[in-house]
Write a protein that binds this ligand. Sequence first.
Ligand code: PGA
Length: 256
Amino acid sequence: MNKKIVIANWKLNGDQTFVKDFIKKINSTQKKIFENIQIILSPPIIYINYMFKKINNKKIFFASQNVDYHDKGAFTGEISPYMINEIGAKYVILGHSERRKNHFENNTLIAKKFFSIKKNNLIPILCIGETKKEKEKGLTKEVLINQINQIFLTCGNDAFNKTFIAYEPIWAIGTGKNESPNNINKIMKFIKNYIMQKSLNKNIKFKLQYGGSVSDNNVHKIIEEKYIDGVLVGSASLNYKIFLKILKKISFREKK
Ligand code: PGA
């Protein structure tokens, strides 16, 4: 059985005390809980290397929350895919709605980053999703197609092979509101079919994550759905007690 995937996106949260405490807790958690789950932690980048070294379980992976698409040069403040690789991260989250909104990242820039991430042997976790207004106007599929198409345009027909796509309806992020598991599944199926149909290689493999107010109260229902490979957890990943509950719910389900 394929392992379900849990990505913990800390966003701009945490400090050295928090990081040390998190490491202590994860290192003293029963290993059994992690066996059936693939965990990817995405703290702010400056903590990744420390966590990479201090977390005993080497099957826990790391994702950067951002990257520049240049390899090196005069780009003050940026971080390259090579550097991300070097500090122990294997994944990069990109296209998150908060970066689209607060940092004016558009589909063209995101596609350039996607290309560079793959070129540097990192795995992109591409976030896509619609606003509340777009949903109400029935534009969800159109928005998702636009976000996906630019990646095809920039990176070619097999762009999505060995990548992650996180469907995150913007209205569900940090709001406590959820899309119903059944609807998420329908959208995931649509995303999967759309990508498969546009890809030349029919053997490509990619993972579909759901994100947006995932908690210990709803994760078991979300994870049951056929087209959902895992979840992207924001605020609930900042409280270890709740995060552990999420992991246990997934782990328990896998053993059934
Ligand atoms: P949330 O965030 O779980 O706090 O809604 C998810 C995300 O933005 O990735």
